[in-house]
Design a protein around this ligand. Structure first.
Ligand code: TXA
Ligand code: MG
Length: 318
């Protein structure tokens, strides 16, 4: 049986004994295990049906605390960490032996993040180990942004979901690494926009969408996909004959009942659109529609990450 609640002590006790607990973060819900226990970590891959070549992010309450597990933080990443942690940023750091190879899929760097959520912060402070946690969805499906999303898909598979309400950012963290030539590269677009990063450290490279980049398996096509066939909303492919749903940016489309449409942000706010993206896409996916059409948002700031997820949702469902 899967229980849902706000009991940090219970969550801590379960994690101590090697069980999995779903945890709230400001980005999406995570499926957490003791990052230092390979047997507990293996359960994550099993329950998510996730290939073991796709490494996990390690969560902690403050970076200082990680010196047993990782080597020094490179300069530019330190500047970003000072600015954006806690928050939706993940940095790659060279790992020490205490981090099991299973967590990093054998890579010599581990992804580290400090989530900005009061419940999970208190939980992490209480634990003597960091938490490995991917998003708490079956591999390839839309990430969960409420406790009930997690329950819908993992009910009976994990003992406890820590309910921290709806995720405030709604998009996964932005993943960055520092290359040997000291340049910083964005491996996954997410809750911190490239523009915000460039304000702190100057120009950065952004990895292009790719199906086969071993450094960033999170870039695989097989991500964020609804079960319903999904297409980009363009005038030329818009047929009125089907039982379709639409994920709109600011305004409803004509010719489709409003109950079958969801608006990301009536005021055109990209923050609000990010907050609503997975939430509304999941709602449309639950309506037994024949097709879903999604409208791209302006390709700036958080809009770049939002469009990245939308394009991926379309590609996978084709
Ligand atoms: O916001 C988030 O980042 C959420 C919350 C729960 O923290 N987590 C999340 O985890 O999105 P996940 O597992 O769904 O996506 C993490 C991605 C992986 O797909 C992987 O590609 C990349 O992070 N990653 C993890 N460790 C890595 C490493 N050592 N090197 C390169 N990429 C790594
Ligand atoms: Mg994920």
């Amino acid at each position: 049986m899967t229980l849902v609640g706000q009991d940090i002590e219970k969550a801590a006790a379960l994690l101590h004994e090697g069980s999995l607990v779903a945890i709230p973060t400001e980005t999406v819900y995570g499926l957490a295990a003791n990052a230092l226990d390979p047997i507990a970590v293996a359960k994550i891959f099993e329950i998510k049906n996730r290939p073991t070549f796709d490494p996990l992010i390690v969560h902690t309450y403050d970076l200082e605390h990680l010196s047993d597990f990782v080597f020094e933080i490179p300069e530019k990443l330190k500047a970003l960490a000072q600015q954006f942690m806690p928050g939706p940023l993940t940095i790659l750091l060279r790992k020490k032996n205490l981090i099991p190879d299973l967590v990093t899929s054998g890579l010599d760097h581990v992804a580290v993040r400090v989530p900005d959520h009061p419940l999970t912060h208190s939980l992490l402070e209480r634990l003597s180990f960091p938490l490995a946690a991917p998003s708490a969805n079956p591999f390839g499906y839309i990430s969960p942004t409420t406790a009930s999303h997690v329950l819908d898909q993992l009910s009976g598979k994990i003992p406890y979901i820590l309910d921290g309400g709806r995720c405030q950012v709604g998009l996964e963290s932005t993943i960055v690494a520092q290359k040997e030539n000291k340049e910083v590269i964005v491996l996954r677009k997410g809750g911190i926009s490239p523009e915000e990063i460039e304000q702190i450290i100057g120009p950065v490279e952004i990895v292009k969408k790719s199906t086969s980049n071993p450094k960033a398996p999170g870039m695989l096509h097989k991500h964020y996909a609804p079960r319903t066939p999904t297409f980009l909303l363009k005038d030329q492919n818009f047929s009125t004959s089907q039982n379709k749903g639409i994920l709109c940016f600011q305004h409803f489309a004509n010719g489709v009942p409003k109950e079958q449409q969801r608006i990301l942000s009536a005021t055109g706010s990209l923050n609000e659109a990010a907050y609503n993206l997975f939430f509304h896409l999941r709602a449309l996916d639950g309506m037994n529609l024949e097709t879903i059409y999604v409208e791209l948002v302006p390709e700036t700031g958080l809009g770049r990450a939002i469009n990245d997820k939308l394009r991926r949702a379309v590609e996978v469902s084709l």
